[in-house]
Design a protein around this ligand. Structure first.
Ligand code: SAH
Length: 223
């Protein structure tokens, strides 16, 4: 009986997920088929608090504890699309949070490193990622504004918290031809930027306006 109820529930989530992909992503211009495919498969509801699962596929961010949020599905999609991953690249994520974006990236590459400042969130993300079978992701707790030089250079770096400026260590750790996707602005409102490294130089492109929680750390906002 319980098993049947769970199966019905999972089916309900699968339907909500397909609707999310169609109305929130495709209809707003996300067209990379791999991004749409992956977001149609990763169970977002498993990354939110059980009390909030009914809102997991809604068109908004949700609280995940420690004053942080799981990003809106559209934001996850546009950031993933901007990274332009072809598969198998070395990728660094700053701000593991719930681990949802981490799981999306793990569908593209087995070489994924993710840093989270809050030990509590990092532990919870590690547990759910393991449960869902994302065994290759390497997580650590610490200040992601400094990057993770041991594994550099990265073809893709994604920062899921708002920075006051491009953190120098992340620019340095970007590979030639690599892409850094990061919200830059003030503490409340930012512009999502794509920074591309060519011939050792960084070129910045604006993607869209956004509002992320602050990136706190040495090359971020003061704590
Ligand atoms: N991608 C996550 C977003 C979480 S919100 C998700 O969708 O669930 C942003 C996260 O960045 C928070 O968990 C916050 O604790 C973390 N963060 C802020 N400053 C950081 C830093 N300097 N290094 C690593 N993580 C940081």
């Amino acid at each position: 009986m319980i098993r049947r109820r769970n199966a019905e529930r999972d089916e309900g989530f699968a339907t909500s997920r397909q609707e999310m992909v169609r109305h929130q992503l495709e209809e707003r211009g996300i067209h990379d088929p791999r991004v749409l495919d992956v977001m149609g498969r990763v169970p977002r509801h498993r990354f939110v608090d059980p009390a909030l699962v009914s809102r997991a596929y809604g068109d908004h961010a949700l609280p995940i504890g420690a004053g942080q949020t799981i990003s809106q599905p559209y934001m996850v999609a546009i950031m993933t699309e901007a990274l332009g991953l072809e598969g198998g690249e070395r990728v660094l994520e700053i701000g593991t949070g719930s681990g949802y974006q981490t799981a999306i990236l793990a569908e593209f590459t087995p070489h994924l490193f993710s840093i989270e400042r809050s030990p509590e969130l990092s532990r919870a993300a590690a547990a759910i990622l393991k449960e869902l079978g994302y065994a290759n992701v390497i997580l650590k707790t610490g200040d992601g504004t400094l990057g993770w030089p041991e594994h550099a250079p990265y073809k893709g770096i994604i920062v899921t918290a708002g920075a006051p400026a491009l953190p120098e260590p992340l620019c340095e750790q970007l590979a030639e031809g690599g892409r850094l996707v990061i919200p830059v602005g003030d503490r409340e409102i930012q512009t999502l930027e794509l920074a591309v490294k060519r011939h050792g130089k960084i070129r910045r492109h604006k993607v869209l306006d956004c509002a992320f929680v602050p990136l706190l750390g040495r090359a971020g906002w003061r704590e």
